[in-house]
Design a protein around this ligand. Structure first.
Ligand SMILES: Cc1ncc(C[n+]2csc(CCOP(=O)(O)OP(=O)(O)O)c2C)c(N)n1
Ligand SMILES: [Mg+2]
Length: 319
């Protein structure tokens, strides 16, 4: 793929993720989406860059904050919005909502609302991949807060002990709900994981193509050696932990933090990059218009779609 094609693809992804979540912010007050929403506005580069380095066959696992992961790995906007509306045409027939998105056909295997609980599931999947000698990498996404759970360390230990083909992606926004990392952790994440003998790379960049390059190296290393790799990537959560509002007024962080990070906003960075490599304003607008249209159409379809029938209530579940 040419550099220009790659950068256009990355822009399409992060722009679509950003605008889909902005659309959720617009609609949410109407109370038609019966699901809590954990938005990742400000974080788009991490997911877009890492997913760009994965193939369709590679597996990803996420958290309750996984809209971006679904859009980047699956991309079916109709199924995405219908799920948030709780409709039958949703990716899980409206039974999962925002916090349990998945699409195993596209490699987005599962997400969980219980902090860190998806990590051992991903490690188990990586063990199965190794055991069955499949050509596949497993990537698991989780926050800085998840490293405070014992199961994170147990999972890391098993992956390193058994040399499993897994990419740990720690999305570090320095917050667990309203608690700052300096009030919670006596360790620094990259330093604390190194003694397990795992490859570690830590960065604060919000540039999607830089994250793509980092992730590509990590994924190549995993494919070559069969061993785990740990990416520690920082980002700033622009909005409150759950919901659609800004929350710089609660005293646990200040607006200056936002101003600083907004200077390196992922969507702005990637748009400027397209202009710098010679892609015209018109061409960029046509990418944006296509994404805006697809979001608009998917929302319209979701609003008009029927709910699942009550007789389906106990189908597709473990009981
Ligand atoms: C086991 C468990 N404990 C507590 C919670 C409540 N809770 C939900 S999100 C969250 C913060 C997690 O922070 P982090 O892992 O950094 O992810 P972020 O929300 O910042 O993306 C907590 C404590 C939970 N869902 N599960
Ligand atoms: Mg966090």
């Amino acid at each position: 793929m040419t550099e220009s094609e790659l950068n256009k693809q990355l822009y399409k992804k992060i722009y679509t993720i950003r605008m889909a979540e902005e659309k959720i912010r617009e609609i949410y007050p109407l109370d038609v989406m019966k699901t809590p929403v954990h938005l990742s506005i400000g974080e788009e580069s991490v997911i877009a860059g890492v997913c760009q380095a994965l193939t369709q066959k590679d597996q990803v696992y996420g958290t309750y904050r996984s809209h971006a992961l679904f859009i980047a790995k699956e991309g079916d906007m109709d199924a995405f919005f219908a799920e948030l509306y709780g409709k039958h045409s949703g990716v899980a027939k409206g039974k999962a909502g925002s916090m349990h998105l998945s699409s195993p056909e596209s490699g987005f295997m599962a997400s969980s609302a219980v902090v860190a609980s998806i990590i051992p599931v991903a490690v188990g999947a990586a063990f199965a991949v190794k055991y069955k000698r499949e050509d596949c990498v497993v990537a698991v996404f989780f926050g800085d807060g998840a490293t405070e759970e014992g199961v994170f360390w147990e999972s890391l230990n098993v992956s390193c002990l058994k040399n499993l083909p897994i990419l740990f992606v720690c999305e570090d926004n320095e917050l667990a709900i309203h608690a700052h990392i300096s009030d919670r952790q006596a360790y620094t994440i990259p330093e604390a994981v190194k003694p397990f003998g795992i490859h570690v790379y830590s960065d604060k960049t919000t540039d999607p193509s830089e994250i793509y390059t980092i992730a590509q190296k990590a994924v190549r290393e995993i494919r070559k050696t069969g061993k785990p790799f740990f990416l520690h990537l920082k980002y700033h959560r622009y909005l409150e932990h759950v919901g659609i509002n800004e929350d710089y007024c609660h005293g646990y962080r200040c607006k200056e933090d936002y101003t600083e990070w907004y200077g390196a906003d992922p969507v702005k960075i990637q748009r400027d990059k397209l202009l710098a490599i010679g892609i015209s304003e018109g061409e960029i607008r046509s990418v944006e218009n296509a994404a805006d249209r697809s979001i608009e159409e998917s929302v319209q379809k979701a609003a008009e779609a029927p709910f699942s029938d009550t007789c389906e209530l106990f189908e597709d579940i473990y009981a």
